[in-house]
Design a protein. Sequence first.
Length: 129
Amino acid sequence: MNPRLFDNEAVFEAALGLFDLNLAAIAALNSHSDPKEFIPYLQELERMPEPLMHFNIDIELQRFDSALKNIVSAGDGYFPDCMNLMKKKPSDFPAGSSANHYKYVLLNSAVPQYEKKKLWLMTAKYFLN
């Protein structure tokens, strides 16, 4: 197959977007990329818990709705990181700088967790900020 018939970066990103690190490595190797360029990144992703790996890949691929859902599913300890991300990079979120849509998404994901622990004040604090 003529290597000019497809975009190597697009194939790598598509494989990465499937969260299949082995497939992403194969795509990168077949593109004749230098392994030093992608192996450390893939190894770093592989060491992460799955929700964090998905979150980081989604951020890399600019899939912010999915990224927010994944960081929330990573657990209570990452909720502040999620809110900080939205505050630091409001332009990355289509809902605009107020990020109300994303706060709604986050709260819908987080409320069941916080409800179990009776942490309503913490949830309200992040929603109102």
